[in-house]
Design a protein around this ligand. Structure first.
Ligand code: SF4
Ligand code: SF4
Length: 902
């Protein structure tokens, strides 16, 4: 048995890249960032590469700088690599052409990602690598973490031997961040594969004043074209060399890598062609359909550039009649997507008369599942099959999408799926990463973990998807039929369809403060019905209480992790062993923070094991009626249509089901202002309570609040009297009793950071204190009433701390982290100038908290005015803002000229 380790695709790529590199010029971009981070860390630890040296790591000012440094380092004769994604790769384009044009053997590892178009997305598809396909690099694709480990060496070895640089890519997030237990290739196994002569020749070609040459010349029409053609032989050699090194890797691993791997029936008539992680879905789909007697198969593309048509057609079964090519990219206006065009051309070139279909799928990490691929095979056979189609969405505008095939259930013997609903920053994701490593590294089981998040910087919903079993796990999509579901936040019982897909007889663990007796009243009817109908083993635990008593605050992760291992002890690890491993990992993780922290976490583990309460599910829950629900769901009868039709479903994790037509009218990516106000996340456990007797009306609490969820309210005596019962006020100090004053708090929007309480300077004692949210919810109507009152003038100058806070903030309820130090200033600017602002916002933290669909925290005043906000890219923001300025100025000048001419 080879050495197994639990890691993600980024770590696998970094392991290989480190081994083969002497220099790494880096610049981070999600989801590729962990690759350079690993390389940087290992270099700092003095780890040695294949050649016995430490890698020289340089961080540059941008991806363009990183690519230029790669270019220069290669010219100097050092084996050089870098890592990137998305627009980062596009920024490297000019140098990719240079590096390939000068036949320099660099390797660019890419966690392939969507490109910002109508909106930015950090998730995976092939739009970036497809945009780079003309740059002259060879392109090698991997479909799993194991393949990254096995084939990334092929990219490095072939680049060195052929002098053609490589883009080595795999699916962003799905492969880059999926944790898998894989076999590791050791450096001493790889070192003999390095072509020493090629390495020496590379060194000899390096720029060197002892043998000076000139490179990077200018050429005219007389010779440029011919000279460009002169490198063709190098590219013609690439497939042979890739094949050679794949065979070498095959000898080491026992696996079978080819330029194009075919899998399926020898006499298949219908074949899918795909690249990247979807190949694993194709494997199980083909198995599923062949078990029904269908003659199907699929071709997995590994070497995309150069596209070796002879190897491709050789991989196809002779019996093929129909081919469906799946592209994970979109080229608006193109005849078809790139892989389709290559396949079509290859078939024509080799006189293969098969009907070719083209499908687009998986943009921005949208899952493709076996039911999608069954639909692709069915579509090829249908009389009115769509020649071009999309997968995994409902396109009711151009009607391109295929409906998922119904009744497809691909079962894998002995595989257990688990899903965890967590709350950003509660430690659930970290705990699951640690759990999967414990399972992977301490049992003979294979393990897989993938993490799904919303866009909040913290305090959003997280969904952890874990699988483990006796065989390698080839399911690059979310867990859809879990045996185990845990929900770590009780308010989610009303917000999400928590138990969707859970298997009959499965286990449900709910972290809540409720007693078993209270559950009938607290849980919505639908949840109770599912628990009873599916005969679930239902457990509760009060992890928040345990964590708080131990001193861990809101960090419930160790309690819930211990509970998970207890509930799965029969299928995974005996609980005493699991506790031992958990405590080992606590020592590793928290050891540097001191013995106290370690002891607290150890105690959380011990208590988590013993604190589970099994709920006896009443038979009557099967008949629970929705009308019995005591919880009042927020009504959307008065919401703007965008909120009702897009924001609400997205926030309920139902965005996957929205049809294309939901975006009619918003095709250009426009997001209406002020939609964050409809979220009402209820994310804080403790929120401020105003103690009016102590308040000196300084407004500092409002000034520092990152989320604009605590504000001074001015009201006339009549307005104060007409407010809700608990709309208590005190006479306003500077208007001599003309106005009433109140500090209003929105409990459902507050993130509980406590900044307001910390800053409060009231001399008699704090005039605000944090209290449990349950008791403060009754003040929500007082907030709604107070902030809707007409704005009043106040004698205090608006340029002062106090005066500024009487102006309406036009930035509220952002998705920034609790306690954010940036948003109070951005909010203040909107209070002073927001009604006349245009914002050019660079890509980064402020663009994520400022404009993550479907929530816009930028809003309007009572006159309907507010900041107009737009984002271009990360690196061009000054120019983008300058463009806004000159465009606006030009329109104004023209207007003035027109008026003057009348
Ligand atoms: S606790 Fe933080 S988010 Fe809540 S009102 Fe105070 S400053 Fe604002
Ligand atoms: S900081 Fe304290 S004293 Fe000042 S307005 Fe707020 S609650 Fe009142």
């Amino acid at each position: 048995m080879r050495k197994m380790k639990t890691m993600d695709g980024n770590q696998a790529a970094a392991h290989v890249a480190y081994g083969f590199s002497e220099v790494a010029a880096i610049y981070p971009i999600t989801p590729s960032s962990p690759m350079p981070e690993h390389v940087d860390e290992w270099a700092g630890q003095g780890r040695k590469n294949l050649f016995g040296h430490t890698v020289q790591v340089v961080e540059m000012q941008s991806e363009a700088g990183a690519a230029a440094a790669v270019h220069g380092s290669l010219q100097a004769g050092a084996l050089t690599t870098t890592f990137t994604s998305s627009q980062g790769l596009l920024l490297m384009l000019p140098n990719l052409y240079k590096v390939s044009g000068e036949l320099l053997p660099g390797v660019f590892h890419v966690a392939a990602r969507a490109i910002a178009a109508q909106a930015l997305s950090i998730f995976g598809d092939h739009q970036d690598v497809m945009a780079a396909r003309a740059a002259g690099c060879a392109m090698l694709a991997e479909s799993s973490v194991q393949e990254v480990m096995d084939l990334a060496p092929v990219a490095h070895l072939t680049a060195l031997k052929t002098r053609v640089p490589f883009i080595n890519f795999f699916d962003g997030f799905r492969t880059s961040h999926e944790i898998q237990k894989i076999e590791v290739l050791e450096y001493d196994e790889l070192k003999p594969l390095v072509d020493q002569e090629a390495l020496e020749a590379f060194r000899q070609r390096a720029l060197n004043p002892d043998a000076p040459v000139t490179r990077g010349t200018a050429e005219n029409p007389d010779i440029y074209f011919q000279h460009r053609e002169a490198s063709n032989p190098f590219y013609l050699e690439v497939p042979n060399v890739v094949e050679h090194y794949m065979h070498e890797i095959n000898k080491i691993t026992g696996r079978n890598y080819q330029l194009f791997n075919y899998y399926g029936a020898e006499d298949a008539t219908d074949v899918i062609v795909t690249m990247g992680s979807s190949a694993q879905v194709a494997t199980e789909t083909v198995d599923y359909l062949r078990a029904q007697g269908r003659k199907v198969g699929f071709v997995q593309v590994h070497l995309f550039r150069p596209f070796a048509t002879d190897r491709f057609v050789a991989a196809l079964p002779k019996t093929v009649e129909r081919v469906a090519v799946l592209d994970r990219t979109k080229e608006p206006g193109a005849l078809a997507e790139p892989l389709f065009l290559d396949v079509q051309a290859a078939l024509v070139q080799h006189n293969i008369n098969a009907k070719v279909f083209g499908g687009r799928y998986g943009l921005s990490s949208k899952d493709v599942i076996p039911a999608d691929l069954v639909a692709v095979f069915d579509n090829m056979l249908a009389e009115a099959g769509k020649r071009f189609f999309t997968l995994g969405i409902n396109d009711d505008v151009t009607n391109l999408s295929l409906n998922r095939a119904e009744g497809v259930s691909v079962k894998t013997e002995g595989l257990t799926g688990c899903k965890f609903w967590g709350f950003g920053s509660d430690g659930t994701v970290g705990a699951n990463k640690s759990a999967i490593k414990i399972i992977g590294d301490h049992t003979d089981m294979y393990a897989q973990a993938y993490f799904d998040y919303d866009s909040k910087k913290s305090g959003g919903v997280t969904m952890s998807h874990l699988r483990f079993g006796k065989n390698p796990i080839n399911k690059p999509y979310l867990v859809t039929e879990p045996e185990f579901i845990a929900c770590h936040r009780q308010s989610y019982v009303h917000e999400y369809d928590l138990l969707r897909g859970i298997k009959k007889g499965g286990t449900f663990l709910l972290n809540c403060t409720w007693s078993p007796e209270e559950l009938a009243e607290k849980l919505p009817a639908k949840l109770r019905r599912t628990i009873a109908e599916k005969e679930l083993n239902f457990y509760i635990i009060n992890a928040a209480k345990i964590a708080a008593e131990i001193g861990l605050g809101g960090r419930i992760n160790m309690v819930t992790q211990a509970a998970f291992f207890k509930l799965t002890e029969d299928t995974i690890i005996p609980i005493d062993k699991a506790v031992e491993y958990l405590k080992d990992s606590i020592e590793k993780t928290y050891g540097k923070k001191g013995a106290d922290v370690v002891a607290m976490n150890n105690k959380a583990v011990d208590e988590g094991v013993g604190a589970l309460v099994k709920v006896e599910v009443p038979a009557a829950w099967k008949d629970a009626k929705d009308s019995e629900d005591t919880f009042e769901k927020s009504s959307c009868t008065t919401c703007p249509s965008y909120v009702a039709n897009i924001a609400k479903p997205v926030n309920a994790q139902a965005g996957y089901d929205l049809p294309v037509s939901a975006f009619t009218g918003y095709e250009d990516g426009t997001l209406p202002s002020g939609t964050a106000a409809f979220e009402k996340r209820g994310a804080a456990l403790f929120v401020p309570h105003w103690i009016k007797e102590n308040c000196i009306q300084c407004n500092q609490c409002s000034f520092v609040c990152p989320h604009a969820t605590i504000r001074p309210v001015l009201a006339t005596a009549e307005e104060a009297a007409a407010g809700p019962e608990n709309f208590e006020t005190i006479p306003e100090m500077m208007t001599k009793g003309e106005l009433q004053f109140r500090i209003a708090v929105s409990p459902l929007d507050c993130l509980g950071c406590g900044n307001c309480v910390n800053i409060c300077p009231a001399p008699k004692g704090k005039a605000i204190e944090m209290r449990p949210i349950d008791g403060e919810l009754e003040f929500a109507p007082a907030w709604d009433y107070g902030v809707a009152l007409p704005t009043k003038s106040h004698p205090m100058k608006q340029e002062t701390v106090k005066g500024s806070q009487f102006k309406t903030p036009l930035l509220e309820f952002s998705g920034a982290c609790a306690g954010c130090g940036e948003t109070p200033y951005a909010k203040l600017i909107t209070q002073l100038f927001g009604d006349r602002m245009m914002i050019a916002n660079a890509t980064g933290c402020s663009s994520i908290w400022g404009a993550s669909m479907p929530a816009s925290p930028y809003t309007k005043n009572q006159q309907g005015q507010g900041p107009a906000w737009a984002n271009s890219l990360f690196e061009d923001n000054a120019e983008f803002g300058y463009g806004m300025f000159i465009g606006t100025e030009k329109i104004r000048t023209q207007l003035a000229d027109t008026v003057a001419s009348i």
